[in-house]
Design a protein around this ligand. Structure first.
Ligand SMILES: Cc1cc2nc3c(=O)[nH]c(=O)nc-3n(C[C@H](O)[C@H](O)[C@H](O)COP(=O)(O)OP(=O)(O)OC[C@H]3O[C@@H](n4cnc5c(N)ncnc54)[C@H](O)[C@@H]3O)c2cc1C
Length: 506
C-alpha cells in the first residue's frame, strides 16, 4: 500500500470497529484512528447475524474462536424460524444450510419438492438442529469437540463492541473521543481533515464514514441522495424490550407475524430480546407497545423505540470517503442482513485499496458503488416477498402489503414458480449475485406457501421415503450438543485446548 499512511474511521458501532480492524490489516505500517462521539450513542441493535459474520471474524480478521466464545457469550444460530405463511402450518424454517436442491439416498426427488405440502422443519441437518435445539458442535470418537459449518451468531451488542474495541486497541488502532462538526477539503473534493467540536482536527488520507444513520461525512459533506425503499417496505420503527431467559436456548431467530408488522426473538445466553418492527403509517408507538406487551407479559421495563429508514445511498463511495454500515444503507431487519453487508463492503473496499495501491481509479469506485447498490436492491426485493405472501393477518397493513408491493427483480422468478411450481430449473431466474440465491428464494416461497398453479405431484411412496429421511435427519441432529452443553463443554475443553475445527467451519 503506497499512498495511505493514515485512515480515519468515524464511529465506533459494530461497523466502525470492524472497519478499524480491517483497515489496520490493510495498512499494517500505517495508522488507523477511530473517532467516536462522546455524545451520540451507538444504536445498540444488530444482535442477529448470518454465517458471514463468524466467517469474517474468524477467517478474515483472525479473531480466535475460543477467546471470542468465552468473552462475547454468543449463541449459535442455525437459521430463522418464521411464524409466517398461510396458517396451515404453524411455522417454517429458513435454514443456513442450502438444502433445497439437496438429494438423499432415501429420496426420489430433491428436498424442496417435499416441502410445500409437508412440514417445513427438520428438512436438513441445520433445520433438524433447530427443531432439536442443538448447537453446531459434535463430539468426535475421541471425545474431542468438532464444530459444523453454516451458523451465524446471536451476540449481545454491548459485549460485542467491548470485545472488538479491546482487540482493536491491542492491534494498534487508536480510538479518539470527539465530535466531528466540520471538514477541510482539497480542491478536488477529497477530505483532508476532520474538524472537532470545541477545537482540534485530524488529518488523514482516507476516511470511512461509520457514523450510523447520521452519515456525518457522506450525507452532510457530499450530500449524496438517499434512495428510499419506503414505498415497498412500510416498516419504519421498532419497539424493543427483553426479559431474563425462561426457556432453553433456541439456536435460531424467531420472526412472528404481528398486526402491523412482525416481531423478532433473539436468543442471548442470559436473556431474550424481542422487537416489534412495524409501520408508523398503520399504528402508533403506544399501540405497538401494547400489542408487544400483550404477547410478552414477562417483558422488562426497558422498552425503547427506534425509527429507521429503509433505503440506500445512491453512491456509498465518493472521493476518498466510503460509507459503511447504517450510514450507507439499511433494509429492515427481518433477515438480519445489515452486518452481512458491512462485512461484504469491508472485503471489497480493502481489496480495492490494496489492488490500486492506494490510488483508486474512478472506474473501480464506480463499479463498487454499482455492486453495492445491487446488493441492497436484491435484499429489498427478497424481503418484500416475506410481506407480499404472508397471510397471517387481514389487517389494513397486511392487505396493503399483499395488494401493493412489487417484487422487483424477483418478479420473473415468482411468475415462473406460479406457473410451473417448484422446479430446480428456476435457479436460472435468480440473479447469480443474489445474496440469498436460488436456495434462499425457494425456501421462502415454499415456506410462505406462495400461490402456485402446479404443486408437486407426490405419491404415498414419496411420503414413506420422506418419513425415513426425516427420521435419519432427526437422529443425526440429536448427535449434536445442545447450546447449554456446548457452552459448558467449550469452557471446559478450552482449558485443555481440545477444540477441533470442523473442515468446513463457518
Ligand atoms: C430495529 C433494528 C434492528 C436491527 N437488527 C439487526 C440485526 O439483527 N442484524 C444486523 O446485522 N443488523 C441489524 N440492524 C442494523 C444494525 O443497527 C447495524 O448493522 C449495526 O448496529 C451497525 O451500526 P453502525 O455501526 O452503522 O452505527 P451505530 O451503531 O449507530 O454507530 C454510529 C457511531 O457513529 C458515531 N458518530 C455519529 N455521529 C458522529 C459525529 N458527528 N462525530 C463522531 N462520531 C459520530 C457514534 O458515536 C457511534 O459511535 C438493525 C437495525 C435496526 C434499526
Amino acid at each position: 500500500m503506497q499512498r495511505y499512511k493514515h485512515i480515519v474511521v468515524v464511529g465506533a458501532g459494530s461497523a466502525g470497529l470492524l472497519a478499524g480492524l480491517t483497515f489496520q490489516q490493510v495498512i499494517p505500517d500505517g495508522k488507523v484512528t477511530i473517532v467516536r462521539s462522546p455524545k451520540i450513542p451507538v444504536i445498540g441493535v444488530g444482535e442477529s447475524t448470518t454465517p458471514a459474520m463468524p466467517q469474517y471474524l474468524h477467517k478474515s480478521l483472525n479473531i480466535d474462536v475460543l477467546e471470542f466464545t468465552q468473552q462475547v457469550d454468543p449463541v449459535w444460530k442455525m437459521g430463522n424460524r418464521f411464524y409466517f405463511g398461510d396458517q396451515s402450518r404453524k411455522y417454517f424454517d429458513y435454514s443456513f444450510q442450502p438444502a433445497m436442491e439437496q438429494t438423499a439416498p432415501e429420496l426420489r426427488k430433491n428436498v424442496m419438492y417435499y416441502l410445500l405440502e409437508g412440514d417445513m422443519r427438520g428438512f436438513c441437518l441445520a433445520s433438524g438442529m433447530m427443531e432439536q435445539c442443538r448447537a453446531p458442535f459434535f463430539r468426535d470418537p475421541q471425545g474431542k469437540l468438532t464444530n459444523w459449518s453454516s451458523f451465524g451468531y446471536h451476540i449481545d451488542n454491548q459485549k460485542f463492541l467491548a470485545y472488538l474495541e479491546k482487540i482493536a486497541l491491542k492491534r494498534g488502532v487508536e480510538i479518539k473521543e470527539a465530535d466531528v462538526c466540520d471538514v477541510r477539503q482539497a480542491p478536488n473534493g477529497d477530505i483532508t481533515h476532520l474538524v472537532f467540536e470545541g477545537g482540534g482536527e485530524i488529518e488523514a488520507d482516507f476516511f470511512v464514514d461509520c457514523s450510523g444513520f447520521h452519515g456525518r461525512l457522506i450525507k452532510k459533506v457530499y450530500d449524496v441522495p438517499f434512495v428510499s425503499y419506503g414505498d415497498n417496505l412500510y416498516c419504519d420503527r421498532a419497539v424493543i424490550g427483553s426479559w431474563e431467559r425462561d426457556h432453553p436456548i433456541e439456536p435460531f431467530t424467531t420472526s412472528i407475524s404481528m398486526k402491523h408488522g412482525w416481531c423478532w426473538n433473539i436468543e442471548l445466553q442470559d436473556r431474550v430480546t424481542r422487537g416489534y418492527v412495524h409501520s408508523s403509517a398503520f399504528c402508533s408507538e403506544d399501540e405497538a407497545i401494547e400489542e408487544l406487551k400483550a404477547m410478552t407479559p414477562q417483558l422488562g421495563d426497558d422498552v425503547r423505540a427506534i425509527s429507521f429508514p429503509s433505503g440506500r445511498l445512491e453512491r456509498h463511495w465518493v472521493n476518498n470517503v466510503v460509507a459503511i454500515g447504517n450510514s450507507s444503507g439499511f433494509v429492515e431487519p427481518i433477515e438480519a442482513t445489515a452486518l452481512l453487508v458491512v462485512t461484504d463492503q469491508l472485503k471489497y473496499v480493502s481489496k480495492a485499496l490494496l489492488d490500486s495501491y492506494g490510488d483508486v481509479p474512478d472506474m473501480m469506485r464506480d463499479r463498487e458503488c454499482e455492486r453495492v447498490r445491487a446488493v441492497w436492491d436484491d435484499i429489498c426485493d427478497f424481503i418484500v416477498a416475506h410481506y407480499k405472501f404472508n397471510k397471517h393477518f387481514d389487517t389494513p397493513f397486511w392487505k396493503q402489503c399483499r395488494s401493493e408491493l412489487s417484487l422487483g427483480s424477483a418478479t420473473e422468478f415468482y411468475e415462473y414458480y406460479k406457473e410451473v411450481g417448484p422446479s430446480t430449473l428456476s435457479s436460472r431466474f435468480v440473479c447469480r449475485d443474489s445474496v440469498f440465491g436460488f436456495d434462499g428464494y425457494m425456501n421462502v416461497l415454499l415456506g410462505l406457501k406462495a400461490e402456485t398453479n402446479r404443486p408437486p405431484k407426490m405419491m404415498d411412496q414419496d411420503w414413506n421415503q420422506w418419513k425415513s429421511y426425516a427420521a435419519r435427519v432427526k437422529q443425526n441432529s440429536l448427535q449434536a450438543l445442545t447450546t447449554e452443553q456446548a457452552i459448558h463443554a467449550l469452557s471446559g475443553d478450552v482449558k485443555q485446548g481440545a477444540l477441533v475445527e470442523g473442515k468446513d467451519f463457518a
